[in-house]
Design a protein around this ligand. Structure first.
Ligand code: ATP
Ligand code: MG
Length: 137
């Protein structure tokens, strides 16, 4: 039934479990699995050279997270997307751009507020997604 599954990955334990579910679902459906990781832009009030330095570190960290997701799911490099922006917005854009018919993500992520039932990015994606969303605990 699903042809393209989009996994949103932030490196959290929930996202790791979501990756395992996404991989299994892709296998079961014979679907293509695409992974997206979003890094937030570096504020430009930092000024040079701090801006470049911060951007470099952020990109390096983001690439590491994405590589970890690739390793965990076994997808090829061209199906691993690194996007800059607000996570939920970028995840929704990726879902549209890749014509995903299922989004898989964690109920929560790296955010510190442990008592939240749903993280803010999951909430936004569920509210606005063009397709079903599978939230993994
Ligand atoms: P909050 O961010 O609101 O403080 P949180 O971090 O606990 O709370 P979310 O950010 O909503 O919760 O994370 C839920 C899921 O969303 C994660 O498990 C992951 O699947 C996805 N996600 C969150 N941030 C990103 C990101 N930067 N890139 C890709 N996916 C993300
Ligand atoms: Mg978060």
């Amino acid at each position: 039934m699903f042809k393209t599954i989009l996994l949103a990955y932030d490196g959290s334990d929930h996202a790791k479990r979501a990756a395992d579910v996404a991989k299994a679902e892709a296998l079961a459906h014979g679907a293509r699995l695409v992974v997206v990781h979003v890094y937030e832009p570096v504020p430009d009030y930092l000024g040079e050279p701090f801006f470049q330095e911060a951007l470099k570190r952020r990109l390096e960290r983001a690439e590491k997270v994405l590589a970890e997701a690739r390793e965990r799911t076994g997808i090829p490099q061209e199906d691993a997307l690194l996007l800059e922006g607000r996570p939920a917005e970028a995840i929704l854009e990726a879902a549209l751009g890749e014509r995903a018919d299922l989004i898989v993500m964690g109920t929560r992520g790296l955010g510190a507020v442990g008592s939240l039932f749903l993280g803010s990015q999951s909430q936004k994606v569920v509210a606005e997604a063009p397709c079903p969303v599978l939230l993994v605990r």
